[in-house]
Design a protein around this ligand. Structure first.
Ligand code: GDP
Length: 478
């Protein structure tokens, strides 16, 4: 009998311990873009960081672009998590990110110039594949070759993100941890250059291509040179060393110690390499599930998924866009969105294409992300439009569908089906209470929630972080 009592006490102890761990562990939120990126994730991540002790990037590279406006000062971030703007918050770059050391140190220098302490708060996974100068060379030469060959360009940022992911998947990438071993690094670099220089010169005709001033110091006759790439990498290795970390372990430990974490997605769901408008997509998975694989935490650690959704649609670069409007002609709703919304890319300065809100697209996004709630941004941009069209589905090859099909070829043939809603004349700029919104704006929001089946938990009414309506706090919602 004594053994039974002992076993019972033992299991009670275990139960209590696991209960304790459950209640003391932190709460974690994933933020994803639900459209084609540029939804305003940066502002919301920054806003949510008030409740978080750690912010994590888990995919993409320095092709992301977040703009934060704090006390009227604009800061653009490409690689470093937006949490860096909050003193005391730890920032993590997970293994799912492809890392350009050159761009990282450029960004760190910019932040340090405005007094932001980066180095003591940034942790970088040793498993991140590196982006090196030959990746950008391949990216640029390939896009040019597509254009010369009469193909539509993918619309990449030309920063080497795609080629770096290709090396990762082909299991030949140089990773952050290789920087710690100069000889190993040199040998792998030689092998990589042999392959990529062959592609550049023999297949892409790189000798005749102008790679621009940034890449010029690394190139000769269309080939990337070993010496300058190696020298630059070794200089970066020294600077990176104090920030290299086992990010997976640190995140799990921080979580167990009670830290709230914020997983910051880059780009948007329709740019996801699997679920987006393939092939006009980015090279990583942008969906919420990748927060787990790209940071090294279990899916059970992702408690809430916030879908950042612009009150209309925009898209940069090529690829199908069913609700696209003429956004260049003055006096049109598209022109209104483009100009009032200042729709120009942070990373490339390219104009974003603009169009009506697409609820059928959002339905796809809600499914593949498992969204817990929506944050609708840039509602204020629609102020003053007499009426609004809301896309509820499409006609595709003579049949109606209420969800975005998969892949560019089918999406290309989609004819949007619209519902018309009244617009509003009052300004919503800076509104912080849901009830203070014009009734037409509330109707618009409620219809979006109805069509997509996802509740709206937040609304953003200006670029300023304080101009946010909160219906449900992702860090509190259960
Ligand atoms: P991200 O990549 O998703 O972070 O989006 P971007 O930063 O590229 O683009 C969003 C742009 O919209 C930035 O210039 C923001 O300052 C701005 N923005 C964010 N939320 C709002 C909003 O509610 N209203 C307006 N007018 N602008 C916003």
């Amino acid at each position: 009998m004594r053994w039974l009592r002992k076993a019972a006490i033992g299991s009670l102890y275990q139960f209590k311990q696991s209960e304790f761990m459950k209640t003391s562990a932190g709460r974690n939120v994933v933020v994803v873009g639900t459209q084609w990126g540029d939804e305003g994730k940066g502002k919301l991540v920054d806003w949510l960081t008030e409740s978080a002790q750690g912010v994590v990037r888990f995919q993409g590279g320095h092709n992301a672009g977040h703009t934060l406006v704090i006390n009227g000062v604009k800061t653009a971030l490409h690689l470093i998590p937006s949490g860096i703007m909050r003193p005391g918050v730890k920032c993590y770059i997970g293994n799912g990110v492809v890392l350009s050391p050159a761009k990282l140190f450029e960004e760190i220098a910019g932040l340090e110039q405005v007094g932001v302490d980066v180095r003591s708060r940034l942790r970088i996974s040793e498993a991140c594949p590196l982006i090196l100068p030959f990746h950008a060379a391949l990216d640029l030469a390939r896009e040019a070759a597509r254009e010369h060959g009469g193909l539509v360009k993918i619309g990449t940022t030309g920063r080497g993100i795609g080629p770096a992911y290709e090396d990762k998947i082909a299991r030949r990438a140089l990773r952050v941890q290789d920087l710690k071993f100069p000889e190993r690094f040199a040998a792998k670099l030689r092998d990589l250059l042999a392959l990529h220089n062959h592609v550049l010169t023999s297949f892409l005709g790189s000798a005749a291509f102008d790679f621009g001033p940034t890449l010029a110091p690394f190139m000769r006759n269309g080939e990337v040179q070993f010496d300058p790439v190696y020298a630059q990498a070794m200089a970066h290795a020294k600077l990176l060393a104090p920030m290299m970390a086992d990010v997976s372990r640190e995140l799990n430990e921080a979580h167990q110690a009670g830290a709230n974490l914020l997983f910051e997605g880059a780009q948007g769901t329709l740019l996801d390499v699997d679920h987006g408008t393939y092939p006009f997509v980015t090279s990583s998975n942008c969906v919420a599930g990748n927060a787990s694989a790209g940071a090294g935490v279990g899916p059970g650690m992702l408690h809430y998924v916030l879908g950042i959704t612009k009150a209309y649609c925009t898209r940069v670069g090529s690829g199908p866009f069913p609700t696209e409007l003429d956004w260049e002609r003055e006096g049109t709703p598209g022109y209104h969105m483009s100009t009032v919304g200042a729709e120009k890319g942070v990373t490339t300065g390219r104009s974003r294409r603009c169009g009506w809100f697409d609820a059928a697209l959002l339905k796809r996004s809600a499914q593949v992300n498992g969204l817990s709630g929506l944050c609708i941004t840039k509602l204020d941009v629609l102020d003053g439009l007499a009426e609004l069209q809301l896309c509820t589905g499409y006609m595709l090859d003579g049949a109606h569908t209420d969800i975005l099909p998969m892949g560019a070829d089918d999406i290309e043939r989609c004819q949007p089906v619209y519902e018309t809603l009244p617009g509003w004349t009052q300004s919503t700029v800076g509104v912080t209470q849901y009830e203070a919104l014009p009734p037409e704006a509330r109707r618009y929001l409620e219809r979006i929630a109805e069509l997509t089946g996802v509740p709206i938990h937040m609304v953003s009414t200006s670029p300023d972080r304080d101009h946010t309506i909160l219906m449900r706090d992702p860090y509190q919602a259960r």
